[in-house]
Design a protein around this ligand. Sequence first.
Ligand SMILES: *Cc1c(COP(=O)(O)O)cnc(C)c1O
Length: 385
Amino acid sequence: MNFEEQKISDFKRWETPFYFYNISLLRETLQLYVSYINKYNYHAHYALKANANERILEEIRSVGLGADCVSGNEVALALKSGFDPKKIVFAGVGKSDKEIITALNGGIFSFNCESIPEIEVINNIASGLGATAQVSLRINPDIDAHTHKYISTGRAQDKFGISPWMFQEVWQLLLRCKNVRLIGLHFHIGSQITEIPVFKTLCERAFELQKWFIQQGATLPVLNLGGGLGVDYADPFNHAFADFDSYFSLINKHLKVLPNQEIHFEPGRALVAQCGFLISRVLYVKQGRGIKFAILDAGMNNLIRPALYGARHHIVNLLSKGRTMRYHVVGPVCESSDHFGKSFLLPQTQRGDLVAICTAGAYCEVMGMSYNQRDIAKAYYSDTL
Ligand SMILES: *Cc1c(COP(=O)(O)O)cnc(C)c1O
């Protein structure tokens, strides 16, 4: 197993459930990622929504990445955490006036605009503040990223982005708006994308779609390809890093870059997923019909991905060395959707055992809630034991 005896004895003392972050793995991941960014001369903004834990943000900021935000509070948090405003971008289909004001006052790099009325509102607010907003147009390229339907964001039927049939109207509007400046196009087609060739389609489509704007006389100094690179939930210990090599070499090979154009990315999950664990205690083992339930003290309020997307996280029993058996692993919350998955092969499991739910660094702590009036779980770090 990948946890040392010393850590497991700490785990035994701490109140469960809790999140545990392996900071050295996070650093290794960031170093690897940054090595590719530097190699190809790309720019990256970390998607705060994947994990906005202070410690994690500090590690990410300190390697020089920018921030990709999807709410005014995320913009405020990024600023407070010391991210350079010139490296903050702000996306989202429903930016409120208050959020737009926060971002304008913060002097962020760019708004990733998702609709015609949004551009009008940003222009009006910017004009009132005597400011000019830099905007990228988030384009809906109608690409199916072959991921879960709730995290597909680039198909024509999805709510995100501006579709090509609106380009003429958007362009006319931009000509009239004196307080917004178009700097580029933005794409983000989904999350947990494991079919890397999807990104080749994205490169080709992005280049084609840019042409229309260039023909109208636009200069597009920025092309932002978003995030979405997936990680291995089934085998986290053998695949501790996302396949950055395939991803970046494919993009480098297929993307035609305009002269003087910067290429931007917005990684979230791929940077933080594998460094996080949800550590939980087995409360009861209960005989069900034909299989036992292992009932944990962690539930969907600590990790909602199985309930929300049918996700399956690898689970390890940290204490038992018994012969393996099958268990349905469930939480204590009063919802049948509060489960971590069916038929897990675990060593014989009993009350009091500690389990590690792996790949819990992205979209877990940050989605934590207090449903059933349950406590919000604490976080611990490998380097502050
Ligand atoms: C969520 C999000 C990301 C990050 O997605 P990952 O799948 O976590 O890499 C990037 N850009 C935008 C606009 C997002 O909404």
